[in-house]
Design a protein around this ligand. Structure first.
Ligand code: BDR
Ligand code: CA
Length: 308
C-alpha cells in the first residue's frame, strides 16, 4: 500500500483533502504535521484533529510544527476560511489530542524508517518541510517525492498579483524545499479552477452523500462566498486538487519536468514561482509541474471518495 505523510495548515480546503486521503483505501497516511498559515498553529492543529475525526476511518498521529515562517511575519487567511479556518460553524472541540513530540522530528523519523517509500504531500506554507531538510538532509531525502500545493503559474496570484498564498507566506522555505533533492511535483492553484470548480450541483451531491460530505461543504461556507466576490461560479478546492493528483494520478492531463524556483527578493514579485518552461536558465530539472487535470474526473472521484 502507498504510504503518505501530510503537512497541512488546516483550514477548510485542507480539511477536505485530509478526508480524501483518510478515506482512500489504496493509501495509508502515516502521520500529519501541522504548520501555521491559513490560521494560527493552534487553530490548525484543532482543525486537523476535527478533520481526522470527521473522516471516520483511522487516526494517524497529528503533530504540531512551526508557528511562524522562517524569517517573516504573516497574516492569516480569515477572508477565505473564517476566523477559525472552518467557516466559524461552531464545530465542537475534537476528542482526539495532538501527539507529543515535534512535527519535524516525527516527519524525519517516518522518512528514515521507510526509505524511498513515503510520499510527502504539502498543503500549506513549507516551513516545517524546510526545517526538516535543514535539520537532517539525509533523512529528508528518504522521502520518495514531495507533492506541493503551491504557486500560480498560468494565472495571477491569489495573495499578491503574482504569488500564491502557500509560497508567499514563506518563500525562503519554499525555495529551500524545491532544491532539497527530493523530486518535486508542483500542483499550482490554477488546476482547481475552470472545470475543477465545484458548482452548486456538485456541492449538493457532496453534501447529501454522507456525513463527511456534508462537513466538507459546510466547513467551506466562507470560501464559497469569497469565490463569488472574485467572480468564480464555484468552490475552488486547491488542496483537494493537489491531493487528487497524488491519490488518482490518472486525472493528470498535462505535466512538464522543468526547473522551478521562487523569487525571494522581488520588489513586487516576492513569492512568485518561476517555472522555466523552455529552459531559458539551463538549470537541471528539479520538478514536475502539473499543468492540467481532468476537472470533471477530479470532482467525480472526490465526491465518490466522500460518499463511501
Ligand atoms: C492555499 O492557501 C489556502 O487558502 C488553501 O488552504 C491552499 O493551501 C491556496 O492558495
Ligand atoms: Ca492549505
Amino acid at each position: 500500500m502507498r504510504k503518505l505523510w501530510i503537512d497541512t495548515d488546516t483550514a477548510s480546503d485542507d480539511a477536505v483533502a485530509l478526508l480524501m486521503a483518510l478515506r482512500e483505501p489504496s493509501v495509508q497516511v502515516l502521520g500529519i504535521s501541522v504548520v501555521m498559515g491559513n490560521v494560527s498553529l493552534e487553530r490548525a492543529v484543532r482543525n486537523a484533529l476535527i478533520s481526522v475525526e470527521r473522516a471516520g476511518t483511522y487516526a494517524p498521529p497529528v503533530y504540531a510544527g512551526a508557528n511562524k515562517p522562517l524569517y517573516r511575519n504573516t497574516d492569516f487567511a480569515v477572508v477565505c476560511h473564517g476566523v477559525d479556518g472552518l467557516s466559524d460553524r461552531g464545530y465542537p472541540d475534537p476528542a482526539l489530542k495532538a501527539a507529543t513530540g515535534n512535527a519535524v522530528d516525527a516527519m524525519l523519523a517516518c522518512a528514515r524508517a521507510n526509505p524511498g517509500e513515503v510520499e510527502l504531500v504539502t498543503l500549506g506554507p513549507l516551513t516545517n518541510v524546510a526545517v526538516a531538510a535543514f535539520k537532517d538532509l539525509e533523512s529528508f531525502r528518504c522521502f520518495k517525492s514531495v507533492t506541493i500545493m503551491g504557486g500560480a503559474l498560468r494565472m495571477p496570484g491569489n495573495w499578491s498579483p503574482v504569488s500564491e498564498f502557500n509560497i508567499i507566506v514563506d518563500p525562503e522555505a519554499a525555495e529551500a524545499v524545491f532544491h532539497a533533492g527530493v523530486p518535486v511535483i508542483l500542483a499550482p492553484f490554477e488546476i482547481c479552477t475552470g472545470e475543477s470548480l465545484f458548482l452548486q450541483e456538485d456541492r449538493d451531491r457532496m453534501a447529501t452523500a454522507s456525513e463527511a460530505g456534508a462537513f466538507a461543504v459546510d466547513c467551506n461556507t466562507v470560501l464559497i462566498e469569497y469565490g463569488k466576490r472574485l467572480g468564480l461560479n464555484g468552490l475552488c478546492l486547491a488542496d483537494p486538487a493537489a491531493m487528487a493528483v497524488v491519490l488518482w494520478p490518472e486525472i493528470v492531463r498535462e505535466q512538464q519536468e522543468t526547473y522551478i524556483c521562487v523569487e525571494t527578493a522581488g520588489k513586487y514579485t516576492t513569492g512568485m514561482v518561476i517555472y522555466d518552461y523552455i529552459d531559458h536558465l539551463h538549470r537541471p530539472h528539479n520538478g514536475n509541474v502539473i499543468q492540467r487535470i481532468d476537472g470533471p474526473a477530479f470532482k467525480e472521484k472526490t465526491i465518490r471518495c466522500l460518499s463511501k
